[in-house]
Design a binder for this molecule. Structure first.
Ligand SMILES: [Zn+2]
Length: 196
């Protein structure tokens, strides 16, 4: 099918970068983070993605370089969060599922899921917010209510740094990535997922 490719695709044709979700500045909590992404091929042919994040309001900025050879592959990322360090960054593609086994909590991408860029703290805040919504919904069902309350307690301890925990990011399609503050706490297992 299709015509044979006549020339090598450029790096921009090769990778289609997913749409970004608006992210509030983690620093001033007011501004919106502007994300600038550039694909680049190094002289040794390694392909990298340079991300520049900048807050329009407080001028907070930082940049990241992500090697594309090892990033965004289908598989399972596992990061151990210890000593209350919630700064590891999470890039979740629309096909990524985030799990926090200690709290038995899972964030499935919604139907209109977009690329999510946040850090561990941002993930915990989301989980806590959703648990609080669920508490309201299950007010009449005592068993469920107690279960969610327990989850909420664990999540709060994780966020306050009084409990170590694990974040697992499963992406069957590839496109997700975790940038740890300490490499030794992150592991990656590439998996060939069977077609169902
Ligand atoms: Zn800011």
């Amino acid at each position: 099918m299709g015509k044979p490719r006549e020339k090598e695709p450029t790096i921009d044709e090769k990778y289609s970068l997913p749409k970004l979700q608006e992210v509030t500045c983690p620093h001033c909590k007011k501004g919106i983070i502007k994300v600038n992404r550039t694909l680049h091929t190094l002289p040794d042919k390694e392909e990298i993605l340079i991300m520049l994040l900048e807050c329009e309001s407080c001028k907070f900025s930082r940049s990241d370089v992500i090697p594309l050879s090892s990033a965004f592959q289908p598989g399972i990322y596992t990061i151990h969060v210890t000593g209350g360090d919630l700064t590891a960054k999470i890039f979740r593609s629309p096909t990524g599922v985030i799990l926090l086994p200690e709290a038995d909590f899972e964030i499935e991408p919604g139907r209109s899921a977009e690329y999510l860029i946040t850090n561990i703290e941002g993930i915990l805040n989301r989980m806590i917010q959703w648990s609080k919504f669920m508490l309201k919904d299950f007010k009449e069902q005592e068993n469920q209510y107690q279960k969610i309350q327990k989850t909420l307690e664990i999540l709060t301890r994780c966020r306050n740094g009084t409990m170590d925990f694990t974040i697992i990011l499963v992406d069957k399609e590839g496109g997700s990535y975790i940038i740890p503050s300490n490499e030794s706490l992150l592991s990656f297992e590439a998996i060939r997922f069977e077609e169902e």
